[in-house]
Design a protein around this ligand. Structure first.
Ligand SMILES: *Cc1c(COP(=O)(O)O)cnc(C)c1O
Length: 419
């Protein structure tokens, strides 16, 4: 019997709407990056491609603030970068101290277990940093621990941890560190070489503002030596760095897997944008827009989850105001009426907080203003005591104060030079 004819909708090309992405990633993408990605595909051994790969590694070292030879983008999202660090550095039976203060620390524990390692879990409350003293205490009970793993910028809470101090503790006990820098890279200071970090992974779609699906990683010489001299084979064929380096290294170039060619064009362009801006300027830009957003949010009576000194400028986690019955409806209205995406809370924070990201190309004043006016008007419409326009005024005032402070500093340094 012939299949019944169904009134199927004809499939046509897919055209996503233009959104303003102020969630926990992905962030909006500079048109230069999208243009680079639409250029013709070439082979992964093409001399032009090989030259671009070398530039990409140089640019990544700049972003990570390091000179580590093993620095390249893993073909896969941040989660694959995470897994690459664990499968290469954890051998069965190894003890790994993991600091958990949010969602992503929990995933690290899962990774350790799947590698046959033994996780030693150090808990800190969600919204507070990983405590280096507790890591030190964990070594007292487990002097044979080989690694410490923690998240530098917890995207689930908006909290930064002190990577430098935690690495110092680990090294004092002759252990190495695995650091999740998915959300910090390009948005707030991470100095891989100066802080002596051993294995660091990141992601392309947060403060680097490239398309999702690539994970820059960097390994110290000590970490590379460990991988080369492992007693057991890395259990993942795809992620075994000993094999991947035959393609991404700079001596031999043999086929490993087909590189995501055009995505790499995009990452090259996004890193070039970072280099052109200057990484310190990029960090300062994230701070500036965070200050303005904060002024606006606080003028609407919003409160932050994280203490000021531990806050990430790129992830603003605020409590949902009490008068809001259904927080999902607010996010939906922002999306439908203003084309604006903000993030929800995860795990124990679900329904309790919103996460407003100011990442990479999304971190600009027009977006801060849109967010404040859109959120203000939806909340006012729901009957909350919010005066539309006040938050924007507070943000403008913050920008003005910050501009004045910068101008004052420049005048002082000009006077200093004349003397
Ligand atoms: C987003 C994120 C990841 C995962 O990255 P994906 O690209 O989504 O796989 C890991 N860690 C942190 C801290 C993140 O914010």
């Amino acid at each position: 019997m012939a299949a019944a004819a169904s009134p199927r909708k004809k499939i046509t090309s897919f055209h996503p709407p233009q959104r303003v992405l102020l969630g926990p990633g992905p962030s909006n993408i500079n048109p230069r990056v999208l243009a680079a990605m639409s250029l013709p595909v070439i082979g992964y051994f093409d001399p032009y491609f090989v030259e671009m790969m070398e530039e990409l590694k140089t640019l990544l070292r700049y972003a990570f603030q390091t000179d580590y030879a093993l620095t390249f983008p893993v073909s896969g999202p941040g989660s694959v970068g995470m897994e690459s660090c664990f499968v290469n550095l954890v051998e069965p039976g190894d003890k790994v101290i993991v600091g958990r203060n949010g969602v992503f620390g929990g995933r690290m524990i899962e990774n350790v277990e799947r590698c046959g390692g033994i996780p030693i879990i150090v808990e800190d409350e969600w919204g507070t940093p990983v405590d280096p003293n507790k890591i030190d205490d964990a070594f007292k009970a487990n002097p044979d621990a080989k690694l410490v793993a923690f998240v530098h910028a917890e995207t689930s809470t908006g909290c930064a941890s002190d990577a430098k101090s935690i690495a110092e503790v680990a090294h004092k006990h002759d252990a190495m560190v695995i650091v999740d820098a998915v959300t910090s890279l390009g948005g707030s200071p991470i100095k891989v070489k100066e802080w002596n970090l051993d294995a660091v992974y990141s992601g392309s779609q947060k403060c680097l503002s490239c398309t999702p699906g690539l994970s820059p990683i960097t390994f110290s010489e000590r970490a590379v030596d460990f991988v080369k001299n492992r007693k057991t084979k890395v259990q993942s064929w795809f992620m075994d760095l000993n094999l991947i380096l035959n393609y991404w290294g700079n001596t031999v170039r043999t086929y490993h897997h087909t590189a995501p060619i055009n995505s790499l064009f995009g990452l090259h362009e996004s890193l070039l944008l970072l280099k052109e801006e200057g990484i310190e300027n990029a960090w300062a830009r994230h701070q500036r827009h965070y200050q303005a957003l904060k002024a606006g949010l606080e003028s609407m009576g919003m409160r932050y989850l994280v203490k000021e000194e531990n806050r990430l400028p790129q992830v603003n986690t605020i409590y949902v105001p009490e008068g809001v019955k259904n927080e999902a409806e607010v996010r939906q209205r922002l999306l439908n009426e203003f084309n604006l995406e903000i993030g929800a809370g995860l795990g124990p924070l679900a329904g309790k907080v919103w996460r407003i990201g100011l990442m990479g190309y999304s971190a600009q004043s027009a977006n801060v203003m849109l967010c404040l006016s859109a959120l203000g008007s939806v909340l006012a419409d729901l009957g909350l005591p919010v005066k539309v326009g006040e938050a924007e005024a507070a943000a403008h005032q913050s920008y003005a104060t910050q501009h004045a402070a910068v101008a004052q500093k420049m005048r002082q340094s000009a006077v200093g030079k004349k003397k």
